[in-house]
Design a protein around this ligand. Structure first.
Ligand code: ADP
Ligand code: MG
Length: 262
């Protein structure tokens, strides 16, 4: 919290209002609203199947929404029908706004046929038309940051899960995002490898990156997040500062979930 207050005036960087999403008959998001301030670290916790991944994917336009509004850095990205804020947003604008967000998935999703360095520079070269002589030193700097510069010429198959995930983080950062979305970044890792990934994420938080992190790592949520959101059954049931959520959750569903987790 101190970290946020010391930064002065806040800006809403993510605004999601009344997001509804259905897969066939299944209502997965039932009117989710969430606002995130620039530089804030927000952890989303909740049982499997509660809609956490779908919500992140909607924010990043990997899923369309049925109803609701999403604004990124004040710009409307999606305004689905039947809400007040309807408006046409061009594909080009959506792509540009999505470019402000980097995403890290549970399953790394590295390009297997590219080396570590090539994984980092691929999108900047193609999407941002960055120049190789500019982007390569930047990519090396990012690899140094996540402690993997010596692996730059290796293929992903030669890396451990923790190393792959650190490359995935560096690759997302190579696009210079303003927001990082993480979907259970350590859930596919052996327990002894989670620490190195959480450390890279903690470092990013210290640099005031805006982060939205779906996680089962309660220790990380407690220590690094400014705010914790508890989702269950397609809804935000409760939210608050970690201290409150972890020591005195007010909703019985949050209490029951945490009792199972801790
Ligand atoms: P969480 O990330 O909290 O575990 P998800 O957002 O992945 O939850 O899933 C919420 C619900 O939506 C689950 O019941 C899941 O099976 C369903 N679901 C997710 N994606 C799809 C899809 N593409 N098609 C159909 N059902 C889906
Ligand atoms: Mg999920």
């Amino acid at each position: 919290m101190l970290r946020m207050m010391s930064r002065g005036i806040q800006m809403k960087i993510i605004e999601a209002y009344n997001i509804h999403k259905q897969f066939q008959k299944l209502e997965v998001l039932k009117g989710v609203s969430l606002t995130v301030e620039q530089g804030e670290v927000v952890a989303i916790i909740g049982p499997s199947g509660s809609g956490k991944s779908t919500f992140l994917r909607c924010l990043n336009h990997l899923e369309t929404i049925d109803r609701g509004t999403i604004k990124i850095a004040g710009e409307t990205m999606v305004a689905a029908e039947r809400d007040g804020d309807v408006g046409y947003v061009s594909e080009a604008a959506i792509r540009r706004i999505c470019g402000k967000m980097g995403m890290v998935f549970q399953q790394f999703n590295l390009f297997p046929h590219l080396t570590v360095l090539e994984n980092l520079i691929e999108a900047p070269l193609l999407v941002q038309q960055a120049r190789r002589e500019v982007i390569i030193p930047e990519a090396e700097l990012l690899l140094r940051k996540v402690g993997l510069v010596e692996k730059r010429d290796n293929y992903p198959s030669r890396l451990s899960g923790g190393q792959k995930q650190r490359v995935a983080i560096a690759r997302a950062l190579a696009m210079k995002p303003e927001i990082m979305l993480f979907d259970e970044p350590t859930s596919a890792l052996d327990p002894e490898l989670t620490g190195e990934v959480l450390k890279a994420m903690r470092q990013l938080a210290e640099e005031h990156m805006t982060m939205l992190v779906v996680t089962h790592e309660m220790g990380f949520a407690r220590e690094v997040a400014n705010r914790v959101i508890f989702m269950d059954n397609g809804e935000i049931v409760e939210e608050g500062v970690p201290e409150k959520i972890f020591t005195a959750p007010s909703h019985p569903r949050t209490q029951a979930f945490l009792e199972r987790m801790l």
